[in-house]
Design a protein around this ligand. Structure first.
Ligand code: AMP
Length: 410
């Protein structure tokens, strides 16, 4: 069935057409009719399946119908998400699909000035996409009223729990009308998530996409055994051999992100980093560069990973293994989005093998090994542009130089 045959507003169909969405993905096929009927939904779907549009399409349609019925003004739908990046990405999907509708959409996140947000709220907003912090700030300041909300969407609920937002979710629920539609989306499921979900939804339609294979089929993912100190040479090689490709590199910490970026700079590879400690404006700017293709290599930490919706990422490189197994799924899910193929390569050092095994047991399968023979391994180390092999010393030199610069500035 094509979108053109759906019972949805022509304005929405036009938005979908412009986006190039012709047919629903699996999750969309299963959830759109149920949501349109007003049912609660509990969906377990990994990233990259089209889950955002799975709720955005029907929610926009419902908002349009509500307007036609001339119901009172006020926020009618709240989409709660865990991170700023995801909020921006979800807003972007709503805005594109809703481009030809008159539904008012607002993204409410912290780290940016709140006055324009307050102004927009005063003018009237139908759908609010928010992270918990700013949402509660504005509720407590009396700028936002939740008594007219009739649809609640929780997106990436598992990630919200990881980030410790459980209290916020419960707080929000207490303030919402009991009679509402709840759409609960999570990439993974466990006992805690189940308990949270069943406390929120009523007679929900359950939808589960590829429960036994959390990594989408169109993603080729493999592990390469590479020693910690050699990883940068392999990254250099992959980037240089694929100059036109968009590559997303994952590291464990902010410090690692900066280090890897410096290592690439030394071999004349331009990269940018994105992590929780970057200013919001910088993060948005870097993501836009990456999206437009002006930037080819982005180095990210897990915290910033879920919001990265760049449809044409060719490679995901796990430079470090993720500490939480679920994050493996989220990381590799950045490539191979919608109908595109993707490749994910994990660099695993000796010390990281236990973490790799944990990930495999989470996936319930072993990850294919990308064999690197000895000759190829040494060739990679030898062919680097980096002539100074004393890496530790270089890092120290660099830190000293930075300190000196700061001193001089003072
Ligand atoms: P999501 O799982 O919501 O993060 O979406 C993953 C990607 O799929 C995004 O890049 C969307 O633009 C794309 N997408 C979603 N639905 C469709 C569709 N029906 N046809 C083609 N692409 C889609």
């Amino acid at each position: 069935m094509k979108f053109e045959d759906y019972h949805i507003a022509p304005e929405i169909k036009r938005g979908l057409l412009e986006l190039g969405y012709k047919r629903p993905t699996d999750i969309q096929f299963k959830s759109i009719p149920a949501i349109l009927k007003g049912e609660d939904v509990l969906a377990i779907a990994q990233t990259g399946t089209g889950k955002t549009a799975a709720f955005a399409i029907p929610v926009l349609n419902i908002s349009m119908e509500n307007k036609r019925a001339r119901r009172p003004e006020g926020v009618r739908c709240i989409v709660m998400v865990p991170t700023h990046e995801l909020a921006l990405q979800v807003t972007d999907v709503f805005e594109k699909i809703g481009k030809y509708t008159d539904v008012k959409i607002l993204c409410l996140i912290g780290g940016v000035d709140q006055s324009p947000q307050i102004d927009q709220l005063e003018e009237g907003v139908d759908i609010l996409i928010a992270t918990p912090g700013r949402l509660f700030d504005l509720v407590s300041q009396g700028h936002l009223f939740l008594n007219r909300v009739d649809t609640l969407v929780l997106d990436e609920a598992d990630h919200m729990l990881d980030l410790g937002f459980i209290e916020d979710i419960h707080d929000l629920i207490k303030r919402l009308p009991r009679d509402r539609q709840t759409l609960f989306f999570s990439a993974t499921i466990n006992e805690t998530i189940k308990n949270l979900a069943y406390g929120l939804v009523r007679n929900a339609i359950r939808i589960q996409i590829s429960p036994n294979d959390p990594v989408a089929k169109k993603i080729d993912h493999a592990v390469a055994y590479i020693e910690m100190d050699d990883k940068r040479f392999f990254l250099e090689r992959i980037i240089k051999e694929n100059p036109e490709s968009k590559i997303l590199v994952f590291v464990r910490t902010r410090v690692r992100a900066e280090r890897v970026s410096k290592a690439m700079q030394k071999v004349e590879i331009e990269t940018q980093t994105i992590h929780g400690e970057k200013e919001q404006d910088d993060r948005i700017d870097v993501l836009n560069q990456f999206r437009s293709g002006a930037l080819k290599v982005l180095i990210a930490t897990d915290i910033s990973a879920r919001g990265i919706d760049v449809p044409d990422i060719d490679y995901v490189i796990n430079y470090d293994l993720p500490e939480q197994s679920e994050n493996y799924v989220h990381r590799v899910g950045r490539t191979g989005r919608a109908n595109k193929k993707g490749v994910a390569i994990t660099f695993c050092s000796k010390e990281e093998i236990p973490t790799l095994r944990e990930i495999e047991s989470f996936l319930d399968k072993t990850i294919e090994v990308m064999e690197i023979n000895k000759k190829d391994y040494s060739y990679t180390l030898e062919s680097t542009f980096d002539t100074d092999t004393n890496w530790q010393k270089l890092m120290l030199d660099d830190e000293k130089a930075q300190a000196l610069k700061k001193k001089k500035k003072r």
